[in-house]
Design a protein around this ligand. Structure first.
Ligand code: FES
Ligand SMILES: [Fe+2]
Length: 377
């Protein structure tokens, strides 16, 4: 059943899952790198992290390290994090603010926040040395719903073209994007393929079946109305909050909940997810960054417009970090082990005709995107 066209042509209701080698094989991982990630949009940071001169964020993708920085005029640039002298990496921290220059710690070549060389000790003594001709190679950068994304492919289509309607969908559920501020960002390394983590997050089948925290989450929402909606390269899943819920995350609600409150998630191909929780006032990133075929970095960034945060918001973040998140991560680790078993290769997507709250149609859709990218199909 690994014949390419046959796999793609399966009727969703009876389809067999992606063969397990897709989740650990070195050659497939290498192809994913080339065909999915080196031409895909990668999350960099929110505009509030790049609005003052000298502010920068660093994004790592496999062997690549990219700086996104704000220059003195407030313009944001992205470029490779590598000194053009002998190749030293310029910055090692994830984010920060400089005084207008990145100084290489090796021989002090200095670069502006647009990646252009500004100074190099002793260069005036060198034959034909033109500072103007030297810069860290630029990378494509775009802002989308208040967040910056970068792309290593200079020909990549704009996000608005790739994800038509996505920005509107997000703004409908969380209108205050432009004023968000980073509360905290945590990276967690998970010994699982990035798709195992994605698959787990894009189905509601396991909600009522897998663990206590999942059952608690199902109670905070109107689970019958949980909907998973596929668009070509982006998808949403979520449900209205259960307005009868008592003490969400163990904290009594002090104000009347907004009747439009929701549990909302949106995925942007290939590995970017943003979400917010019922009754909570954060907006969060959930980015699955592949480190190897069986290892991923999960980037949990929490943003909010509120300072101080309402108690229920703080409690919901803690609950995600200490309860629901670990419950899912344990499942991911266990699945990764199972995928290596000689006793498993392909399973069955549990897709019903109505594409219900417990149907796995979004997993299938996502796997088809992966499959098409890998096989140029
Ligand atoms: S490697 Fe950066 S200044 Fe020499
Ligand atoms: Fe889960």
């Amino acid at each position: 059943m690994d014949d390419e066209q046959n796999w793609l042509d399966q009727e969703p209701e009876v389809a067999r899952t992606l063969p397990s080698k897709y989740f650990y094989d070195d050659a497939i991982f290498e192809q994913e790198k080339q065909r999915i990630f080196l031409n895909g949009w990668q999350f960099a940071g929110h505009k509030s992290e790049l609005s003052q001169p000298g502010q920068f964020v660093v994004t790592e993708l496999f062997e690549q390290s990219l700086i996104t920085a704000c220059d003195n005029d407030g313009n944001v640039h992205a470029f490779h994090n590598v000194c053009q002298h002998r190749g030293n990496r310029l910055v090692s921290e994830r984010r920060g603010q400089n005084n207008g220059l990145f100084r290489c710690a090796y021989h002090s070549w200095c670069y502006g926040n647009n990646g252009k060389l500004r100074g190099a000790p002793r260069s005036e003594r060198m034959k034909d040395f033109s500072k103007d001709a030297v810069s860290c190679p630029a990378v494509k950068v775009e802002m989308f719903f208040g967040f910056y994304f970068i792309n290593l492919d200079p020909d990549a289509p704009a996000m608005r073209t790739l994800f038509p309607g996505a920005e509107e969908a997000i703004r409908n559920t969380y209108p205050d994007f432009d004023d968000l501020k980073l509360i905290v960002e945590q990276d967690v390394i998970v010994p699982a393929n990035w798709k195992v983590i994605m698959d787990n997050s894009i189905e509601g089948y396991h909600f009522k079946l897998s663990g206590d925290c999942h059952i608690d989450l199902a109670k905070l929402i109107n689970f019958d109305k949980y909907q998973l909606i596929t668009n070509e390269k982006w998808w949403t899943y979520g449900a209205p909050s259960n307005l009868d819920a008592k003490d969400p995350y163990g904290v009594p609600l002090t104000e009347e909940p907004d009747p439009n409150d929701q549990f909302f998630n949106i995925g942007l191909w290939p590995n970017n997810t943003f979400y917010h929780f019922p009754f909570s006032k954060f907006f969060a990133t959930f980015i699955m960054i592949p480190l190897g075929p069986e290892e991923s970095l999960l980037r949990f960034g929490y943003y909010s417009i509120h300072d101080p945060l309402p108690e229920v918001t703080t409690a919901s973040m803690r609950w995600m970090d200490e309860a629901l998140g670990p419950e899912d991560i344990d499942l991911n680790i266990s699945v990764q082990k199972g995928l290596r078993s000689m006793g498993y290769d392909q399973g069955r997507y549990m897709i019903d005709e109505e594409r219900s709250n417990e149907s796995e149609h979004l997993v299938h859709h996502f796997h088809k995107l992966v499959y098409r990218a890998l096989h140029n199909a």
